[in-house]
Design a protein around this ligand. Structure first.
Ligand SMILES: NC(=O)c1ccc[n+]([C@@H]2O[C@H](COP(=O)([O-])OP(=O)(O)OC[C@H]3O[C@@H](n4cnc5c(N)ncnc54)[C@H](O)[C@@H]3O)[C@@H](O)[C@H]2O)c1
Length: 495
């Protein structure tokens, strides 16, 4: 795409705060799409790099986002077990061995503890902590990570592997549960320490297997998860089948699949449609009649099909069904359309409150139930909701929005088991502060706070949310169901 040339770029140019035509650029997925963030520009300057760390100010280091042909990690990936105090065998257990195999299969060089001479910059670290059976065992995390943190390349990602404390094997004792639950606090805290655009996540396994671990690591170690940090991903028994050809699919894991994205004319929805299409999907972009022109332009740029649809209209379920039939059924549905009508409750009008609930959660619920009931979601289907940090933490002046976005989490909880019966998954993303028209309307001070009060010290881009949606949508994510993943740079709100 030409710099600043296409209609999608044009659609996006006006929606980002403080941007000029010169600053606008090549679509929703590149770093150069970042809006004017003057503090970030200063912090990244020669003077800022001297001043910012010394004053303990937020460090909005450039993020390592995915790019065509980019390696999995910016250096070798160390895969280690817990390191016993006083030394001893730090070799990873079964989960770590599976991780090492997956990392190698994804084309990265794996370093095992015995091969690590302590000199190389590390592009990532995977710590297998599944062997922790008591709080005392957790001290092994210090030996596994502390000496290596200074060698982490900028933008390196750390993944801790644990066991899901809620799904431990029969007979597991309380000390095991305590130790495995403790990993969450460890991971979230380390995420706040690492800086330099680095991220830290916890992946919890259950049922004794590592099904789906490869797909999760390919996402969490790569630049695709650049704006996700301090999060917990649970892997369970795969819903339907895990593909055996996912590596062969390379950069187009969605080839042969059809996706529908609502609210796709602009912002996060447009970026999602663009990314799903780039990953191989046939994409239908839906938006309200008032946005029809922009929608058509975005769809042209994405190479998708426009579908004028107000998700709240009485006819929406039937019209969606007809459209689904016309494209041979749907594999991926992304309920991205959303609105705000912010006011403190004392000033709230019932009709405004109702409209937020209707667009943000009632319509997605109705449409998903309709698709499931009428069999229009294929086996292997993926439904992705868009929640929000406000739905987790609440926000002053956002009772309606936060209620609707917490409701999206309820939708995931309620429909994931039902979808699993037909081999499909239901998950949601919960974005934090993302630079779009919605957040451009936020007062300047709050906008600064929204960006800075996070471990990564900056707002996200629409593509960061799109990446998580695309990961949920992949066939290789069959072991991820019923989850809400925050994509917020580890925002301190609701942390
Ligand atoms: N931007 C953020 O920081 C942020 C944070 C958390 C969550 N979110 C959520 O992400 C989603 C996208 O947000 P955005 O910032 O790109 O918003 P946006 O306002 O830029 O885009 C929303 C799109 O939804 C469409 N839409 C609204 N009502 C609709 C309806 N009834 N039927 C069909 N389409 C409809 C709009 O026309 C618009 O194109 C929303 O659900 C929002 O709540 C955004």
């Amino acid at each position: 795409m030409q710099r600043g040339s296409g209609p999608l770029t044009g659609a996006l140019r006006g929606v980002l705060p403080g941007r000029t035509g010169a600053a606008a650029s090549s679509g929703p997925s590149g770093d150069d799409d970042a809006p004017a963030d003057r503090y970030a520009d200063f912090a990244r300057s020669a003077l800022g790099r001297k001043v910012v760390p010394g004053l303990g100010l937020p460090d909005p280091a450039p993020l390592r986002r995915d790019a065509p042909g980019a390696p999995l990690a910016p250096g070798p990936v160390l895969v280690t077990g817990l390191v016993p105090v006083g030394g001893g065998d730090a070799a990873p257990r079964d989960a770590g061995a599976a991780a090492a195999a997956a990392v190698a299969a994804a084309g990265a060089r794996v370093l095992l503890p015995g091969d690590d001479d302590g000199t190389e910059r590390l592009g990532g670290v995977v710590v297998d902590a599944t062997a922790a059976r008591s709080p005392a065992d957790l001290v092994g995390l210090v030996g596994a990570l502390a000496p290596r943190l200074r060698r982490l390349a900028r933008g390196a990602h750390v993944v801790v592997l644990g066991l899901d404390p809620d799904r431990l094997p029969d007979g597991a004792d309380a000390a095991t549960r305590v130790a495995q639950r403790a990993l969450e606090g460890f991971t979230r805290s380390l995420g706040k320490e690492v800086g330099g655009g680095r991220t830290v996540q916890l992946v919890l396994l259950s049922g004794g297997g590592a099904a789906g671990l490869g797909g999760a690591l390919r996402f969490l170690l790569s630049g695709r998860s650049a704006f996700v940090s301090g999060q917990v991903v649970r892997l369970a028994d795969p819903v339907g089948d895990l593909p055996d050809d996912d590596l062969a699919r390379g950069s187009r894991p969605l080839e042969g699949r059809t996706a529908l994205v609502t609210g796709a004319a602009r912002g996060i929805g447009a970026a999602t449609a663009q990314l799903l299409a780039a990953r191989g999907a046939r994409v239908v972009l839906a938006d309200v009649p008032a946005a029809a022109d922009v929608l058509a332009a975005t769809a042209r740029e994405v190479g998708g099909e426009p579908f004028v649809l107000d998700v709240t209209s009485d006819l929406a379920p039937d019209r969606l069904g007809e459209r689904a039939d016309a494209v041979g059924g749907l594999d991926v549905v992304v309920h991205n359309a959303g609105i705000t009508r912010d006011r403190r409750l004392r000033n709230m009008r019932p009709d405004a409150f109702a409209s937020v609930l209707e667009v943000n959660v009632a319509a997605p619920l109705r449409l998903t139930e309709h698709l499931l009931a009428t069999g229009r979601l294929h086996r292997g289907g993926r439904v992705v909701g868009v929640s929000s940090l406000a739905g987790i933490a609440g926000n002053d002046g956002q009772t309606s929005y936060a209620a609707s976005k917490a409701g999206v989490i309820g939708l995931v909880d309620a429909l994931a088991p039902r979808a699993a019966e037909v081999g499909a998954t239901v998950n949601a993303v919960a974005p934090g502060f993302v630079e779009t028209r919605m957040t451009a309307a936020v007062p300047a001070l709050n906008r600064q706070l929204g960006r800075r009060l996070s471990s990564l010290g900056q707002g996200g881009l629409p593509v960061d949310v799109a990446e998580v949606v695309a990961w949920f949508a992949e066939p290789a994510s069959a072991a991820v169901n019923g989850q809400v993943l925050r994509v917020c740079g580890q925002n301190l709100l609701g942390a």
